[in-house]
Design a protein around this ligand. Structure first.
Ligand code: DGL
Length: 278
């Protein structure tokens, strides 16, 4: 069935709650638009899942968001951006609807990195899937061949956030371990990209264990700036995004559970509906 041609909200997709950090930054910069947030919480985390599974889950989510009226969907998830974006753009979009767009968040983050590092040695902390895909290394190399990229996967960080344990003393061990590992691999690193949308929630702990002088780069602001620029350059898409500042939340988990956990990220009362993706 063809998707509706009427304008609709901007779709924001993540495996769970992490994309809320991106939504927050986007809303701060572009409060005028309507947004439809979808968290696939029932199947999160995506971080250690195979390419095929992440692609299939992400494809289902994007198709559903198009179905619900979005013309533009942001994959507010590095794992999905690393493993599914290219295939969806190249194989699915031409069959679904050539006028719709899906954008990821890795490119906007790597674009700014050249102006942030002095030592030209950067670190990336991300999920196993994102690190294994080497997406950051490849993207940075294309834009800034002189920058040396070292990645470390942080397998327990997403569950710490999803289970609301990110401020707990237990989190210290996992955070310290990965930062130490990263800086041992490359002591010249002066900039660390948080290449997972969940990680800004661990910022207090990350700062605590990162030596002074090393900057930590969350993605939200850069993704928001890049989206603003994209909409300015693509009038055809911009005209398909409704305005009104409304936000609708969908989760594949129980809405009440999402609502409670989302407070951690949003600090506001929200309305949430359940959605089945299968
Ligand atoms: N928040 C997602 C990311 O940016 C992944 C979390 C997960 O493992 O599901 O990579």
């Amino acid at each position: 069935m063809p998707f509706s041609d009427s304008p609709g909200p901007i779709g924001i997709f993540d495996s769970g709650y992490g994309g809320l950090t991106i939504l927050h930054a986007i809303r701060s910069m572009l409060p005028q638009y309507d947004y439809l947030y979808l968290g696939d919480n029932a199947r999160a985390p995506y971080g250690s899942r195979s390419y095929d599974v992440v692609y299939e889950f992400t494809r289902q989510a994007v198709s559903k968001l198009f179905d619900m009226g979005c013309h533009l969907v942001i994959l507010a998830c590095n794992t999905a951006s690393a493993k599914a974006l290219r295939t969806i753009q190249q194989n699915d979009l031409p069959n679904w609807d050539k006028q719709r767009r899906v954008l990821g968040i890795i490119r906007p983050t790597t674009e700014v990195i050249g102006s942030l590092t002095n030592s030209r040695h950067i670190g990336v902390l991300a999920t196993e899937g994102t690190i294994r895909s080497e997406s950051y290394t490849l993207e940075v190399r294309k834009l800034f061949p002189d920058i040396h990229v070292t990645g470390v996967a942080c397998p327990f960080w997403v569950p710490l956030v999803e289970y609301n344990e990110f401020e707990s003393p237990g989190a210290d061990y996992f955070v310290e371990k990965r930062i130490r590992q990263l800086l041992q691999k490359d002591p010249q690193i002066d900039t660390i990209i948080l290449g997972c949308t969940h990680y800004p929630l661990l910022m207090n702990k990350i700062r605590q264990f990162t030596p002074q002088g090393i900057q930590i780069v969350p993605q939200g602001e850069y993704v928001a700036r890049s989206l603003k620029d994209y909409l300015q350059r693509h009038d055809d898409i911009q005209r398909k995004c409704t305005e009104g500042g409304r936000i609708h939340y969908l989760t594949t988990e129980h809405p009440q559970k999402f609502k409670e956990n989302a407070q951690i990220f949003l600090n506001e009362d929200i309305l949430v509906e359940h959605l089945d993706l299968r």
